[in-house]
Design a protein around this ligand. Structure first.
Ligand SMILES: [Zn+2]
Length: 414
């Protein structure tokens, strides 16, 4: 059944304030039992979605515990319609029939088959620059498709770019495909800091979850692996470095929880595929970028501890260079800082792993727009979001090359 649909009226998003010890744990418990759906967790607040019929009950429970909240989105159904710009009955069609087949663009959000066809078409158009590699199969057997952009120079360093590790963050694969499209189509006009890179671009790391957000539940976060009655692992808690650290604050050992870390690190085919691809590639990676939404922040390690990572100042500077380019594009302010400082504890994330285990110095996670609509960013904002992020990413390439001369006197970390 479709969990988020216009037939559930008055579904709202509340911003809950966590003032006392135990509040965070209590709100997470409400999610596990299905009373609410956690959208975002921060240091002192949480965004939660509450279904209309349960609103009075949840309000009572929060009031009882002195947990204050305010209404952030008064009617989710209204934003759901605006997001894609048409009635929901269309959005939640179970399968895309031939008549519905959509060509890739950045005017709306697209299904997996359209994104994969877009990647294949780039290879047909630019065979000397692009290749598509199936780096693994998802738990439901879908291809995990990666696009590689490279001029074939052996001295190139690697840049990893991924999207949709969390499938409900639809703006993420839209931005990642836009970056790929622009780099390929303007490759000859790009500066050397862009063309001297091998670009490994994975627009949809979690294809099962992504399809599920189009067919069943718009707010699904995990993959679709079955654990008895429960479904799904939070793939961004399934990487090995700091796996399971900080107990239930950093991730969950409960398969019913939205932050379930999985039975062990790299237990999931999607994370294992990323690990294998990066470790087995002959490229020396310098940059790792993982795109999420929402909140407009650029964050870097660590997430599993509040200690600063060894390259804190360097990563702050690189992130600030990106944020400046973003601001200069559309005037949006993205904050920069460590995961723990700007969000909250997150253990077993991809960027803690890429930074610590694979020694990719410039490892960032970027939470894209938007502040008001949260996950349900209107399709009209796809292009403006994508252009500001493209400028940020290109600026980072310049920053990295200025730091990293590839010689003995190189000042980049590691
Ligand atoms: Zn995310």
């Amino acid at each position: 059944s479709v969990k988020v649909a216009p037939s559930v009226p008055n579904t709202q998003v509340w911003e809950v304030r966590l003032l006392k010890e135990g509040h965070r744990h209590f709100v997470k418990t409400l999610d596990t039992v299905g009373a609410i759906n956690i959208w975002k967790e921060e240091r002192s607040t949480m965004d939660i979605m509450v279904n209309g019929p349960r609103a009075a009950q949840v309000a009572g429970i929060l009031h009882e515990r002195d947990i204050p909240y305010s209404i952030a989105i008064p009617d989710v159904a209204v934003l759901l319609e605006r997001e894609q710009g048409h009635a929901l009955s269309k959005t939640f069609k179970r399968s895309s029939t031939f008549g519905d087949h959509k060509k890739m663009d950045w005017q709306s959000y697209h299904r997996l088959d359209t994104i994969y066809e877009f990647m294949d078409n780039l290879v047909i158009e630019y065979p000397y620059l692009c290749s598509v590699i199936v780096i693994g199969k998802s738990s439901e057997g879908r291809d995990i498709k990666m696009l590689k952009i490279s001029n074939g120079n052996e001295n190139n360093v690697g840049v990893w770019v991924d999207g949709a590790i969390h499938p409900r963050e639809w703006i993420s694969p839209a931005v990642v495909t836009y970056i790929a499209d622009r780099i390929v189509r303007t490759f000859n006009e790009q500066p050397e800091s862009v063309t001297n890179k091998d670009w490994y671009i994975l627009p949809v790391m979690n294809p099962d979850g992504y399809e599920y957000t189009h067919t069943h539940d718009r707010m699904w976060r995990k993959n679709r692996r079955r654990f008895g009655e429960c479904v799904g692992v939070d793939l961004n808690r399934n990487f090995s470095y700091g796996f399971g650290e900080k107990g239930e604050e950093g991730s969950s050992d409960d398969p019913g929880n939205v932050f379930y870390r999985g039975p062990k690190a790299f237990s999931e085919p999607e994370t294992a595929a990323v690990r294998r691809q990066i470790l087995e590639a002959k490229t020396n990676f310098k940059v790792f970028l993982s795109f999420h939404s929402y909140g407009e922040v650029i964050i870097f390690p660590w997430g599993y501890t509040s200690e600063p990572c060894p390259d804190y100042v360097e990563l702050l500077e690189g992130g600030t260079a990106m944020a400046k380019a973003i601001f200069n594009t559309n005037g949006r302010t993205y904050k920069v800082g460590s995961t723990k400082d700007l969000m909250y504890y997150a253990s077993g994330t991809s960027i803690d792993w890429s930074y610590a285990v694979t020694n990719i110095p410039y490892s960032y996670m970027i939470e894209l727009r938007g502040k008001t609509h949260r996950f349900l960013l209107p399709k009209e904002e796809i292009i403006s979001t994508s252009t500001e992020i493209l400028n940020g990413v290109l600026r980072l390439m310049d920053f990295v090359d200025r730091r990293c001369t590839g010689t003995q006197s190189c000042v980049c970390p590691k």
